[in-house]
Design a protein around this ligand. Structure first.
Ligand code: PGA
Length: 250
């Protein structure tokens, strides 16, 4: 099955309004020769501005996270209603930095998944193992657990359009990329898990992105793998020329 590729940029805690504006204006000019879906995930201070600038362009806009409640006494958090109101159509959930630095557990993520679905935000659901888990041969168990518990209680129909991002924790921001073979192996395993849980049609339609030190110099070989449907890019998504090259992978 042919799946439309997705190239997503996670800006993390970077970029002032002026920097976000400059980056969006540069990215709007990309040739996008692969006709990929292009998504940028700015921090909340830039989200409304970026969404406004991206309107009518090929860029789609994602939140980096949302809270599970629609409103309430949750100092500093941003609700799905607010993210949507600011112009987000997507939200990343379960990024490893959210899991490890901010304590997002599978149970919390399951509530955030419900919140995103309630408000029609397309979910980019991140999974991935630590170096220790990989060395102990637990990679697939860890990832299957994250999928099982994070998405618990929802049907294929409800999860339609879900995007998965496989991001080995040891490859994020370290310059250490998984080999294309390592990525392919895990992506194929994730697709098999999705097929078992939600059926073959769902598994074949679901885009699975690779993330972790994706660069202009390694994107081509990673994207060449049959079960890699796109990339979730951190560091290099902040540099217009680099991200443009990643969007236009060969
Ligand atoms: P990186 O980040 O490309 O800087 O490794 C990827 C991510 O965390 O999504």
């Amino acid at each position: 099955m042919k799946r439309t590729p997705i190239i997503a940029g996670n800006w993390k805690m970077h970029n002032t309004l002026a920097e976000s504006t400059a980056l969006v204006e540069a990215l709007k000019k990309t040739t996008n020769k692969n006709k990929a879906e292009i998504i940028v995930a700015p921090s909340f201070t830039s989200l409304a501005k970026v969404a406004e600038l991206a309107k009518g362009s090929i860029l789609q806009v994602s939140a980096q996270d949302i809270h599970w409640e629609d409103k309430g006494a949750f100092t500093s958090a941003v609700s799905p209603v607010q993210a949507k109101d600011a112009g987000a159509t997507h939200t990343i959930l379960g990024h490893s930095e959210r899991r490890s630095v901010f304590g997002d557990t599978d149970e919390i993520l399951n509530k955030k998944v419900a919140a995103a679905l309630r408000h029609n935000l397309t979910i980019i659901f991140c999974v991935g193992e630590t170096l220790q888990e990989r060395e102990e041969n637990k990679t697939l168990d860890v990832i299957n657990g994250q999928i099982e518990n994070g998405l618990k209680g929802f049907t294929a129909e409800q999860l339609k359009g879900l995007i998965i991002a496989y991001e080995p924790v040891w490859a994020i921001g370290t310059g250490k990329t998984a080999t294309p073979e390592q990525a392919q192996e895990v992506h194929a395993a994730i697709r098999a898990t999705l097929a078992k849980k939600y059926g073959d049609n769902f598994a074949q339609a679901t885009r699975i992105l690779y993330g972790g030190s994706v660069k202009d110099t390694n994107v081509d070989e990673i994207m060449a793998k049959p079960d890699v449907d796109g990339a979730l890019v951190g560091g290099q998504s902040l540099i217009a020329e680099k991200f443009d090259r990643i969007i236009n992978f060969n």
